[in-house]
Design a protein around this ligand. Structure first.
Ligand code: 4AZ
Length: 235
Protein backbone atom coordinates (compact mmCIF):
# COMPACT_ATOMS: atom_id res chain seq x y z
CA UNK A 1 0.00 0.00 0.00
CA UNK A 2 1.38 3.38 -1.06
CA UNK A 3 0.60 6.49 1.00
CA UNK A 4 -0.88 4.52 3.87
CA UNK A 5 -0.21 4.16 7.55
CA UNK A 6 0.46 1.17 9.78
CA UNK A 7 -2.46 -1.03 10.71
CA UNK A 8 -3.03 -1.30 14.46
CA UNK A 9 -2.62 -4.96 15.53
CA UNK A 10 -6.10 -6.53 15.65
CA UNK A 11 -7.74 -3.70 13.68
CA UNK A 12 -8.61 -5.88 10.64
CA UNK A 13 -9.13 -9.39 12.04
CA UNK A 14 -10.08 -10.81 8.60
CA UNK A 15 -6.82 -9.77 6.99
CA UNK A 16 -4.66 -12.69 5.88
CA UNK A 17 -1.39 -13.17 4.01
CA UNK A 18 -1.19 -15.90 1.38
CA UNK A 19 2.02 -17.94 1.21
CA UNK A 20 3.30 -20.06 -1.65
CA UNK A 21 6.09 -22.47 -0.67
CA UNK A 22 6.36 -20.62 2.65
CA UNK A 23 6.82 -17.16 1.13
CA UNK A 24 4.20 -14.39 1.33
CA UNK A 25 2.99 -13.62 -2.21
CA UNK A 26 -0.45 -12.00 -1.84
CA UNK A 27 -3.18 -10.91 0.54
CA UNK A 28 -6.47 -12.66 1.30
CA UNK A 29 -9.63 -12.09 3.36
CA UNK A 30 -11.24 -14.45 5.87
CA UNK A 31 -14.99 -14.73 5.19
CA UNK A 32 -15.70 -17.84 7.30
CA UNK A 33 -13.73 -19.96 9.73
CA UNK A 34 -12.50 -22.23 6.95
CA UNK A 35 -12.82 -19.99 3.86
CA UNK A 36 -10.90 -17.05 2.46
CA UNK A 37 -11.20 -14.99 -0.69
CA UNK A 38 -8.21 -13.97 -2.79
CA UNK A 39 -7.42 -13.15 -6.43
CA UNK A 40 -7.29 -16.01 -8.92
CA UNK A 41 -4.09 -14.53 -10.43
CA UNK A 42 -2.39 -15.22 -7.06
CA UNK A 43 -3.15 -18.95 -7.19
CA UNK A 44 -3.44 -19.65 -10.92
CA UNK A 45 -1.92 -23.02 -11.76
CA UNK A 46 -0.62 -23.58 -8.22
CA UNK A 47 -1.52 -26.71 -6.28
CA UNK A 48 -3.35 -26.19 -2.98
CA UNK A 49 -0.65 -28.18 -1.17
CA UNK A 50 1.87 -25.38 -1.83
CA UNK A 51 -0.40 -22.72 -0.30
CA UNK A 52 -0.94 -21.63 3.28
CA UNK A 53 -2.35 -18.53 4.98
CA UNK A 54 -1.23 -16.40 7.90
CA UNK A 55 -4.18 -15.13 9.93
CA UNK A 56 -4.03 -12.94 13.02
CA UNK A 57 -0.43 -12.01 12.27
CA UNK A 58 1.20 -8.62 12.17
CA UNK A 59 4.92 -8.83 11.39
CA UNK A 60 5.07 -11.57 8.74
CA UNK A 61 8.81 -11.95 9.28
CA UNK A 62 8.22 -12.83 12.95
CA UNK A 63 5.01 -14.82 12.75
CA UNK A 64 3.70 -17.04 15.53
CA UNK A 65 2.45 -19.69 13.11
CA UNK A 66 3.90 -21.05 9.85
CA UNK A 67 0.47 -20.71 8.29
CA UNK A 68 -2.76 -22.64 8.00
CA UNK A 69 -2.90 -25.30 5.33
CA UNK A 70 -5.03 -24.69 2.22
CA UNK A 71 -6.77 -27.91 1.14
CA UNK A 72 -8.74 -26.69 -1.87
CA UNK A 73 -8.73 -23.77 -4.30
CA UNK A 74 -11.77 -22.73 -6.35
CA UNK A 75 -10.61 -20.44 -9.15
CA UNK A 76 -13.23 -18.54 -11.08
CA UNK A 77 -13.71 -20.54 -14.29
CA UNK A 78 -13.93 -17.37 -16.41
CA UNK A 79 -10.66 -15.88 -15.12
CA UNK A 80 -8.75 -14.35 -18.03
CA UNK A 81 -5.01 -14.26 -17.44
CA UNK A 82 -4.49 -11.54 -20.05
CA UNK A 83 -7.18 -9.10 -18.90
CA UNK A 84 -7.54 -10.25 -15.26
CA UNK A 85 -11.31 -10.35 -15.75
CA UNK A 86 -13.01 -12.53 -13.07
CA UNK A 87 -9.99 -12.27 -10.75
CA UNK A 88 -11.47 -14.02 -7.70
CA UNK A 89 -10.81 -17.34 -5.97
CA UNK A 90 -12.00 -19.11 -2.84
CA UNK A 91 -9.54 -20.94 -0.57
CA UNK A 92 -10.70 -23.69 1.76
CA UNK A 93 -8.59 -24.51 4.80
CA UNK A 94 -7.79 -28.00 6.01
CA UNK A 95 -9.00 -27.08 9.50
CA UNK A 96 -11.23 -24.26 10.73
CA UNK A 97 -9.39 -21.30 12.24
CA UNK A 98 -9.53 -20.90 16.03
CA UNK A 99 -12.40 -18.52 16.86
CA UNK A 100 -10.11 -16.30 18.92
CA UNK A 101 -7.87 -15.66 15.92
CA UNK A 102 -10.17 -13.93 13.46
CA UNK A 103 -13.43 -12.20 12.64
CA UNK A 104 -14.82 -12.62 9.13
CA UNK A 105 -15.42 -9.69 6.80
CA UNK A 106 -18.98 -9.36 5.48
CA UNK A 107 -19.90 -9.87 1.84
CA UNK A 108 -21.94 -7.22 0.00
CA UNK A 109 -25.71 -7.47 -0.23
CA UNK A 110 -27.29 -8.61 -3.46
CA UNK A 111 -28.22 -4.96 -4.22
CA UNK A 112 -24.58 -3.87 -4.16
CA UNK A 113 -23.65 -5.25 -7.57
CA UNK A 114 -22.71 -1.93 -9.12
CA UNK A 115 -22.50 1.60 -7.84
CA UNK A 116 -20.37 2.45 -4.80
CA UNK A 117 -19.02 5.47 -6.71
CA UNK A 118 -17.69 8.19 -4.49
CA UNK A 119 -17.64 5.92 -1.46
CA UNK A 120 -14.60 5.82 0.76
CA UNK A 121 -13.01 2.41 1.12
CA UNK A 122 -9.94 1.03 2.87
CA UNK A 123 -7.26 -1.06 1.21
CA UNK A 124 -4.86 -3.06 3.38
CA UNK A 125 -1.89 -5.30 2.78
CA UNK A 126 1.77 -6.19 3.11
CA UNK A 127 2.61 -4.95 -0.39
CA UNK A 128 5.17 -2.34 -1.46
CA UNK A 129 4.92 1.13 0.05
CA UNK A 130 6.50 2.72 -3.01
CA UNK A 131 6.35 1.55 -6.62
CA UNK A 132 9.09 -1.08 -7.19
CA UNK A 133 9.91 -0.95 -3.45
CA UNK A 134 10.20 -3.94 -1.11
CA UNK A 135 7.19 -5.57 0.52
CA UNK A 136 6.23 -4.32 3.98
CA UNK A 137 6.81 -6.49 7.09
CA UNK A 138 3.67 -5.11 8.72
CA UNK A 139 0.32 -4.43 7.08
CA UNK A 140 -0.49 -0.91 5.91
CA UNK A 141 -3.87 0.73 5.31
CA UNK A 142 -5.04 3.60 3.11
CA UNK A 143 -8.40 5.26 2.54
CA UNK A 144 -9.22 5.51 -1.17
CA UNK A 145 -12.27 6.63 -3.18
CA UNK A 146 -14.22 4.39 -5.48
CA UNK A 147 -14.57 5.78 -9.01
CA UNK A 148 -17.69 5.93 -11.15
CA UNK A 149 -17.52 2.99 -13.54
CA UNK A 150 -17.76 5.12 -16.72
CA UNK A 151 -14.88 7.30 -15.54
CA UNK A 152 -12.74 4.30 -14.94
CA UNK A 153 -13.35 2.51 -18.19
CA UNK A 154 -12.47 5.83 -19.85
CA UNK A 155 -9.35 6.40 -17.72
CA UNK A 156 -5.73 6.19 -18.77
CA UNK A 157 -6.07 2.46 -19.25
CA UNK A 158 -7.43 3.13 -22.73
CA UNK A 159 -7.44 -0.14 -24.64
CA UNK A 160 -6.92 -2.18 -21.50
CA UNK A 161 -10.53 -2.89 -20.60
CA UNK A 162 -12.05 -2.19 -17.20
CA UNK A 163 -14.94 -4.66 -17.23
CA UNK A 164 -18.14 -4.73 -15.14
CA UNK A 165 -16.36 -7.31 -12.94
CA UNK A 166 -13.87 -4.62 -11.87
CA UNK A 167 -13.92 -1.38 -9.90
CA UNK A 168 -11.38 1.41 -9.68
CA UNK A 169 -10.30 3.21 -6.52
CA UNK A 170 -7.53 5.57 -5.48
CA UNK A 171 -6.79 8.87 -3.81
CA UNK A 172 -3.99 11.34 -4.50
CA UNK A 173 -0.73 9.49 -3.74
CA UNK A 174 -2.60 6.50 -2.26
CA UNK A 175 -3.01 3.12 -3.91
CA UNK A 176 -2.55 -0.62 -3.65
CA UNK A 177 0.80 -1.87 -4.94
CA UNK A 178 2.75 -5.03 -5.76
CA UNK A 179 2.17 -7.70 -3.11
CA UNK A 180 -1.23 -6.34 -2.08
CA UNK A 181 -2.93 -8.43 -4.76
CA UNK A 182 -5.67 -10.72 -3.49
CA UNK A 183 -6.17 -8.57 -0.39
CA UNK A 184 -9.27 -6.66 0.65
CA UNK A 185 -10.84 -3.35 -0.28
CA UNK A 186 -13.50 -2.71 2.36
CA UNK A 187 -16.22 -0.18 3.04
CA UNK A 188 -16.64 0.27 6.78
CA UNK A 189 -20.34 1.29 6.96
CA UNK A 190 -22.52 -0.17 8.34
CA UNK A 191 -20.18 -3.19 8.70
CA UNK A 192 -16.75 -3.87 7.26
CA UNK A 193 -17.75 -5.30 3.91
CA UNK A 194 -15.47 -6.75 1.25
CA UNK A 195 -16.29 -4.81 -1.93
CA UNK A 196 -13.04 -5.32 -3.86
CA UNK A 197 -10.06 -7.62 -4.25
CA UNK A 198 -6.74 -6.00 -5.21
CA UNK A 199 -6.16 -7.06 -8.83
CA UNK A 200 -4.04 -4.82 -11.07
CA UNK A 201 -3.00 -1.33 -12.12
CA UNK A 202 -0.23 0.50 -13.94
CA UNK A 203 2.44 1.13 -11.36
CA UNK A 204 1.29 2.43 -8.01
CA UNK A 205 -0.33 5.78 -7.17
CA UNK A 206 0.36 7.17 -10.63
CA UNK A 207 -1.99 10.06 -11.46
CA UNK A 208 -4.74 8.87 -13.82
CA UNK A 209 -4.06 5.20 -13.12
CA UNK A 210 -6.25 4.04 -10.23
CA UNK A 211 -5.94 0.65 -8.61
CA UNK A 212 -8.24 -1.89 -10.23
CA UNK A 213 -10.09 -4.39 -8.05
CA UNK A 214 -12.30 -7.40 -8.66
CA UNK A 215 -15.85 -6.21 -7.92
CA UNK A 216 -17.00 -8.67 -5.25
CA UNK A 217 -20.68 -7.70 -5.57
CA UNK A 218 -20.66 -9.14 -9.09
CA UNK A 219 -19.72 -12.60 -7.82
CA UNK A 220 -22.37 -13.27 -5.19
CA UNK A 221 -24.16 -16.15 -7.01
CA UNK A 222 -20.80 -17.71 -7.93
CA UNK A 223 -19.54 -17.28 -4.36
CA UNK A 224 -22.58 -19.04 -2.97
CA UNK A 225 -21.88 -22.05 -5.19
CA UNK A 226 -18.11 -21.96 -4.61
CA UNK A 227 -18.60 -21.85 -0.86
CA UNK A 228 -21.17 -24.62 -0.84
CA UNK A 229 -19.07 -26.85 -3.07
CA UNK A 230 -16.06 -26.16 -0.94
CA UNK A 231 -17.90 -26.93 2.29
CA UNK A 232 -17.52 -30.20 4.09
CA UNK A 233 -21.16 -30.97 4.67
CA UNK A 234 -22.15 -31.69 8.24
CA UNK A 235 -23.94 -35.01 8.72
C1 4AZ B 1 0.58 -5.97 -8.37
O1 4AZ B 1 1.53 -6.06 -9.13
C2 4AZ B 1 -0.20 -4.72 -8.36
N1 4AZ B 1 -1.71 0.00 -8.17
C3 4AZ B 1 -1.32 -4.63 -7.55
C4 4AZ B 1 -2.05 -3.47 -7.54
C5 4AZ B 1 -1.68 -2.41 -8.30
C6 4AZ B 1 -0.56 -2.48 -9.09
C7 4AZ B 1 0.18 -3.64 -9.13
C8 4AZ B 1 -2.50 -1.16 -8.25
O2 4AZ B 1 0.29 -6.90 -7.61
Amino acid sequence: VVGGEGVIPGEFPWLAALKRDGKVICGATVIARDHLITATHCVHGIEASRLSVLVGEYDVNNSRSDGYEVIHVVQHPDFNRYTYDYDIAVLRLADPLPDSLFRPACLPDAEDIDGLEGEEAIVTGWGSTVEKGPASNVPMKAAVQIWAQEECSGAGYGRRKVTPRMLCANAPDRDACTGDSGGPLLVSQPYFTLVGIVSWGRGCARPGYPGVYARVGRFLPWLRVALRHACTCQP
